[in-house]
Design a protein around this ligand. Structure first.
Ligand code: G3P
Length: 217
């Protein structure tokens, strides 16, 4: 399973990248706003840091402008994936940009039918939003499972990029179902390591190291 980091914070990306945890990065207008940085400038910095796909989202809602924005974004670096919303205009932009050989991430996916349309439009990635479905008392994991089944039924190569991941269980369930990629905020990836028995066990070992004066170096 690939791990993308869902942030535009350079330091947080660099920290996880040094541990081999970063296969790519996703950004969106809200994350760019939070960073306080210029979209082109910060995206270039992220692309310089990370080898894998870096999603940068268009700002337009009409296909023609989305395509023009996408063509500008892909000039930033070879690893840019243009992110477009799941609308008919977004799918038109997806088809044009993927036909030109660019990676496209179709975002704001909330139904399996939408995911089917995105795959037919040649999307490189489909981004179903788990947490936002959970927020309205639906089960985001059911959507990931449905898309996995449908894509496997027909051999679609579009990668399932589980997004709007809010906690470590979302990562675990996505992995169980077979999502190709998760994108999560750095704090969620970091929280995956937590286990009270690890802490308790280490405390006991440290006490014995001290008691027995065990030394290696
Ligand atoms: O990748 C999409 C993601 O950033 C949305 O997450 O938590 O705003 O629903 P959230």
């Amino acid at each position: 399973m690939k791990f993308f980091v869902d942030t535009a914070e350079i330091d947080a990306i660099a920290e996880l990248n040094a541990l081999g945890m970063v296969d790519g990065v996703t950004t969106n207008p809200s994350l760019i706003k939070k960073s306080g940085r210029d979209i082109i400038e910060v995206t270039k910095e992220i692309c310089d840091l990370v080898d894998g796909p870096v999603s940068a989202e268009v700002t337009a809602t009409d296909a023609e402008t989305m395509i023009a924005e996408g063509r500008k974004l892909v000039k930033i670096a070879d690893n840019i994936a243009v992110k477009v919303p799941l609308t008919w205009d977004g799918l038109q932009a997806c088809k044009t940009l993927t036909d030109e050989g660019h990676m496209v991430n179709v975002t704001l996916c909330f139904s399996a039918n939408q995911a089917l349309l995105a795959a037919k439009a040649g999307a490189t990635f489909i981004s179903p939003f788990i947490g936002r479905l959970d927020d309205i008392n639906l089960d985001g994991m059911d959507l990931i499972a449905d898309i996995r089944t449908i894509y496997d039924n027909y051999g679609f190569e579009t990668e399932i990029l589980a997004a709007s991941i809010r906690n470590a269980n979302h990562v675990l369930e996505s992995a169980r179902i077979g999502a190709d990629v998760i994108t999560a905020p750095p704090a969620v990836i970091k929280a995956m390591i937590n286990h009270p028995l690890t802490d308790k066990g280490l405390d006991a070992f440290l006490a014995d190291i001290k008691a027995a004066n065990i030394k290696i170096l």
